[in-house]
Design a binder for this molecule. Structure first.
Ligand code: FPP
Length: 230
């Protein structure tokens, strides 16, 4: 099935609340969140999704307790190590959004390895946002633009967008937020300008293929006018 959403972006929220509801520590929720990510990456291509962006660690998440931050870094490494064979076999290309220079070296090494190994795959692009913040991304893009000595008069939106971490990717058509909160939380704030937003009270660890399909069905029924009259 194809619902016309080429790029789906997900704010993977609610891991902590899912764990708390079970009397478990937050890290157990993140581990369950990783399982949900595995399910969604498997389900996405057959639903017509070509780009899947997931918010795994924000520039604000450093404020969490050190053990939780370390657990999230470990989960990234574990995901990449344990899934890389299957992802490659399924022709998934892995890319990363965010400022990786602040991440532990073990993460950076695994990230580079995964990117290199999957760079010629094209069935699905999985963009993992790690130490990502939309404002930070815009500032980093502005810095590289200034460094490149671009003529200010030649700068337009398209050119600017090519300097963002998502350069070369289409804008998201649909942003999905589990966990019930009604905000973007600094995720793809430039790119999600005209995205449809789907919020569900389900927590991210409860997410699976049928829920993704329901979000896409809702998306397909919406009328997108992009500022025009339709
Ligand atoms: C937000 O839930 C979720 C995160 C900050 C981390 C998301 C991480 C994963 C889904 C698994 C790890 C995947 C990788 C690739 C590292 P929350 O903890 O804010 O939940 P809460 O709002 O219920 O407290």
């Amino acid at each position: 099935m194809n619902y016309g959403a080429r790029h789906v972006a997900i704010i993977m929220d609610g891991n902590g609340r899912w764990a708390a509801a079970r009397g478990e520590p937050r890290v157990v929720g993140h581990r369950a969140g990783l399982e949900a990510l595995r399910r969604i990456v498997r389900a996405a291509p057959s639903l017509g999704v070509e780009y899947l962006s997931v918010y795994a660690f924000s520039t604000e998440n450093w404020k969490r307790p050190a053990e939780e931050v370390a657990a999230l870094m470990d989960l990234l490494v574990e995901y990449l190590r344990s899934e890389i064979d299957e992802l490659d076999r399924e022709h998934v290309r892995i890319v990363f959004l965010g400022d990786r220079t602040a991440l532990p070296e073990r993460c950076q090494l695994e990230m580079e390895r995964a990117e290199r190994r999957t760079e010629s795959n094209s069935r699905l692009v999985l963009a993992i946002a790690m130490n990502y913040g939309g404002r930070d991304e815009i500032v980093r893009a502005a810095r590289s633009l200034l460094r490149s000595g671009v003529d200010p008069e030649s700068l337009d939106e398209e050119r600017f967008a090519s300097y963002l971490d998502t350069g070369g990717m289409p804008d998201p058509d649909l942003v999905i937020r589990p966990g019930g909160e009604l905000r973007l939380s600094n995720f793809l704030i430039w790119q999600a300008n005209y995205a449809e937003i789907y919020v569900t009270p389900l927590y991210w660890p409860e997410f699976d293929g049928p829920v993704l399909q329901e979000a896409l069905e809702t998306f397909a029924r919406r009328e997108r006018r992009f500022g025009g009259l339709g």
